[in-house]
Design a binder for this molecule. Structure first.
Ligand code: FAD
Length: 339
C-alpha cells in the first residue's frame, strides 16, 4: 500500500504549524489505511528537521537540502515535489492552504494530472460505488469542504488518479505530537536531477518579513462579535471583556464588512479557523460560514436576543439577552469575583 505524503513548509528551520497539523491528520488516515506517513522537506540548512517532523508522526522524511531551494520559489519546489512523487507514487498528498500551498499544489496536480481539492475542512477514508456502472472503490480519500457559498458540504473523491491531493487551511486540523515518537528514517533527495535552468527564471531580489499585528489563531479565549454589536463603538465592549478575561477579540464577516473590526479578526470560512478553550459569541447568528471557523472550540457561550439563532445549536451555554446588558454584567461580576 503506497504511503501518505505531507509537503512541509519550513521557514528558518521551523516547520509551519499547518504542516504539523497535516502530519497529525495524516497519522489518523494512515492508521485507517494501514500505510505510513512520509514528509517532504525542501529548503536549506535542514539538518535535524526530521526530529520536528517525527514528533508529529512522520516516519520517513525526504530531505532536499540546497542553497537554491530557500527561500521558497514555486518552480524549483514544484519540480522537486513532482520528481519525488513520480518516484515514490504516494496515494495521498497533503499541502497547507497557505500562500505557498495554494501556489504549489495546483502546479503539482496539473503536472501529474492528479486533481486537487482546495481548502478542505475535513478528510476521511471511505468507499464509493459508482451509481452508473456499479464499480466499487475501496479506501478513497474523502475530501470534504463547503461548496456553493457554504450552502452545502461537498465530499469530493478522486477514484482514478494518484496521488489524491488536498489542501487544508491553517488551524482546521488539530496539531498533536505523538506520545512516544520514533526517530524518522531520512532519505536524502538527489534533487538536482529534477531541476532545469528555467526553474530559476524568478530571482529573489529582496525579502521583507512583516509580523502579524493581530494574531487570534492561538488565543485560548476568544470574545467574538457580530453584526448584533451594532457599531464599531459597540465593539468597544468586547475589548473591555477581552481585557478582563485575557482574551483576543474576533469578529464575524458581517461585523468586518460593516467596519466594526479589522479583517485579521474575521473567523470562519473566509477568515481564520480557531479552536480556543472558550469562545464567547456576542451578537452572532451562527451561520455555517462562521461556525466552520470556530466549531472546534472546547466551550462556546453565545449571547443573542434571538432564542432561535442557529448559534444556540452549538453553544454549550446560550444566554438570551442584549449584549449591551449582558456584557457589562459579565465584566462587573468577573472583576468582583476574581482576585
Ligand atoms: P447576522 O447574521 O446579521 O446576525 C446578527 C445576530 O445578532 C442575530 O442573530 C441577532 O439576533 C443578534 N443580535 C442583534 N442585536 C443584538 C443585541 N443587541 N444583542 C444580542 N444579539 C443581538 N461569515 C463569517 O462570519 N465568517 C466567514 O468567514 C464567512 N465567510 C463567508 C463566505 C461566503 C462564500 C459567504 C456566502 C458568506 C460568508 N460569511 C462568513 C457570511 C455568513 O453567511 C453570515 O452572513 C455572517 O456570518 C453573519 O454575521 P453575523 O452573525 O454577525 O450577522
Amino acid at each position: 500500500m503506497n504511503n501518505i505524503f505531507v509537503y512541509c513548509e519550513i521557514e528558518e528551520g521551523k516547520v509551519a504549524d499547518v504542516s504539523l497539523e497535516l502530519l497529525t491528520k495524516a497519522r489518523d488516515l494512515a492508521s485507517t489505511l494501514g500505510c505510513r506517513v512520509e514528509a517532504l522537506a525542501i529548503g536549506h540548512n535542514l539538518q535535524g528537521i526530521e526530529k520536528q517532523l517525527a514528533t508529529y508522526g512522520a516516519e520517513i522524511v525526504h530531505v532536499a537540502d540546497g542553497e537554491e531551494l530557500a527561500p521558497f520559489r514555486t518552480l524549483p519546489h514544484a519540480a522537486v515535489v513532482c520528481g519525488v512523487f513520480k518516484e515514490e507514487k504516494p496515494q495521498i498528498a497533503l499541502f497547507g492552504a497557505t500562500c505557498t500551498g495554494r501556489d504549489l499544489a495546483p502546479r503539482v496536480s496539473s503536472a501529474l494530472h492528479s486533481g486537487l481539492t482546495a481548502d478542505c475542512t475535513s478528510l476521511e477514508i471511505g468507499d464509493h460505488k459508482e451509481a452508473k456502472t456499479g464499480k466499487e472503490y475501496k479506501d478513497l480519500l474523502y475530501q470534504i469542504r463547503p461548496a456553493f457559498g457554504g450552502n452545502i458540504i461537498a465530499t469530493i473523491i478522486n477514484p482514478d488518479c494518484r496521488p489524491q491531493m488536498a489542501t487544508v487551511r491553517e488551524g482546521v486540523m488539530k496539531m498533536e505530537p505523538v506520545a512516544n515518537p520514533s526517530p524518522a528514517e531520512v532519505k536524502t533527495v538527489d534533487y538536482k536531477k529534477y531541476l532545469g535552468d528555467t526553474d530559476f527564471a524568478v530571482k529573489i531580489v529582496a525579502r521583507e518579513m512583516e509580523e502579524r499585528k493581530i494574531n487570534i489563531k492561538g488565543a485560548p479565549i476568544i470574545v467574538a462579535g457580530g453584526y448584533g454589536m451594532g457599531s464599531k463603538e459597540g465593539f468597544g465592549l468586547l475589548y473591555q471583556l477581552a481585557e478582563v478575561l485575557g482574551a483576543e477579540v474576533g469578529a464575524s464577516r458581517a461585523a468586518v464588512d460593516a467596519g466594526f473590526a479589522e479583517h485579521e479578526r474575521q473567523i470562519g470560512q473566509t477568515g481564520v479557523t480557531v479552536r480556543p478553550k472558550l469562545y464567547i459569541a456576542c451578537g452572532i447568528s451562527g451561520q455555517i460560514q462562521h461556525t466552520a471557523g470556530m466549531d472546534g472550540s472546547s466551550m462556546v457561550i453565545s449571547i443573542n436576543t434571538d432564542p432561535e439563532a442557529p448559534i444556540g445549536k452549538i453553544a454549550d451555554y446560550a444566554i438570551v439577552g442584549d449584549v449591551n446588558t449582558v456584557i457589562p454584567k459579565m465584566i462587573k461580576y468577573y472583576k468582583q469575583n476574581s482576585k
